[in-house]
Design a protein around this ligand. Structure first.
Ligand code: FAD
Length: 380
């Protein structure tokens, strides 16, 4: 029987292990941490936003978007929902197309995988941090005090973001040894920083806002969603999405009241009673902050509400980022994500140079790439 080692017990690793074991392969997962799916259990603020009804390649960044599109055509959001439900769960979309387990518990998704892996007899070793891969007549992996051989390997050891979940970027080295390159790595889906004095007093205020990213006046991205003011900057899903397009020196312009156009706002403010009117329009702390900043200038107040400018000075880095932008180029893999340099070595998940927007797109990539890698192993 063909033996397969899966390196990494995150979303991509455990999903590929399920596909492989269902196809009758003898599968072993080697996970460096103490538990499978630790990051998966923390996703979506603990609610597990596993995919999105609007999945297509336009929501991704990669060196090879046509390949991402072909991959998603093979295994898209419907396949993900079907796959997860085949293990016993129920998954439902919210009004923005984000798909969650009905229980809204990400840990329940990890449990589905754990039970299925157990049922299929997949061997799981935790606390095993793979240090090297060797390719001779067979493939072999080594770790401190141990080694194991296999006919195929799925390298699903994640990227560099969120190192407290076991992903510090050290896994790229396992592939570089075979001649793979790694594109520049930057944190993505991450809180943005600005001059703290610009948001002083706003910490904790959350609104639904429109967000534009501008570089030297040129519009790079426009989105809408949760905006949360923090001590040193700005967070929320609209900001995470914007962070994929944004670098230091860019300016965010936030529409703090996206459902009310400027003319209507001007009418409301002209007929209302100054600060009291504003208190009915925006959260208290934000109203007071803006009113004070406008200092009696109504047109400035309207500009601040519809186009609140925040020059970006950085982000909170890999430690706080949800995903890694960059990785092993898709161009160095075949259609089933097999290494162009090492036969039998497949990649899945965030280790590849594919990252998605906020909203379930990254887990969808983990599941899509897991399916493709498993399909590649199964068909050879
Ligand atoms: C807080 C947070 C919330 C998120 N929320 C969402 C969300 O709601 N929706 C969404 O789509 N995406 C979300 N993401 C992103 C998503 O979780 C990741 O893109 C996805 O989990 C990547 O899956 P992966 O299997 O490729 O990598 P990971 O899940 O990172 O798994 C990689 C695993 O490999 C192990 N490993 C690393 N090196 C080795 C080694 N040498 N040997 C053995 N094991 C090793 C690690 O310990 C880790 O368990 C979130 C991320 C974070 C951090």
């Amino acid at each position: 029987m063909q033996k397969v080692i899966v390196i990494g017990g995150g979303a991509a690793g455990i999903a590929s292990a399920v596909h492989l074991a269902r196809a009758g392969k003898k599968v072993t997962i080697l996970e460096g941490g103490e538990r499978l799916g630790r990051k998966l259990s923390a996703t979506g603020n603990g609610q597990g936003n596993v995919t999105n009804l609007h999945v297509d390649a336009t929501h991704y960044f990669s060196d090879d978007l046509p390949k991402v599109a072909r991959a998603l055509a093979c295994f898209g959001y419907r396949d993900t929902v079907e796959f997860l439900e085949s293990m016993g769960g129920i998954f439902l979309p919210d009004s923005r197309g984000r798909v969650y387990p009905a229980s809204r518990q990400a840990s329940a998704v990890t449990d589905l995988f754990r039970f299925e892996l157990e049922r299929l007899g997949v061997e799981v070793y935790t606390g095993v941090h793979v240090e090297e891969i060797f390719a001779n007549s067979k493939l072999r992996v080594t770790w401190e005090g141990g080694s194991m051989s296999a006919d195929a390997i799925v390298l699903a050891a994640g990227g560099k973001a969120a190192p407290n979940y076991g992903t510090d970027g050290s896994a790229y080295r396992l592939a570089e040894k075979f001649g793979h390159t790694v594109t520049p790595l930057t944190p993505a889906l991450v809180q943005l920083k600005c001059d703290p004095t610009l948001v002083r007093g706003l910490k904790g205020i959350r609104i639904e806002g429109g967000v534009c990213v501008l570089r030297k006046g040129k519009l790079l991205h426009e989105g809408r969603g949760d905006v949360l003011f923090t001590e040193s900057g700005i967070s929320g899903d609209a900001i995470f999405r914007a962070s994929s397009y944004c670098r230091d020196g860019d300016v965010l312009e936030i529409d703090l009241l996206p459902d009310v156009d400027e003319a209507r706002l001007a009418r409301i403010l002209a007929h209302g009673e100054g600060e009291r009117t504003l208190l009915c329009v925006l959260p208290n702390g934000l109203s007071r902050f803006l009113y004070k900043k406008a200092n009696g200038d109504r047109s400035l107040l309207i500009r601040l509400i519809k186009c609140f400018p925040l020059p970006i000075t950085g982000n909170l880095g890999f430690v706080r980022a949800q995903v890694t932008k960059g990785g092993i180029p898709l161009a160095e893999t075949d259609e089933n994500l097999q290494s162009a340099f090492c036969k039998g070595l497949y990649f899945a998940g965030e280790i590849l140079n594919v990252d998605g927007e906020c909203g379930g797109y990254n887990l969808q990539w983990a599941f899509t790439s897991a399916y493709l890698a498993a399909k590649g192993v199964i068909s050879c």
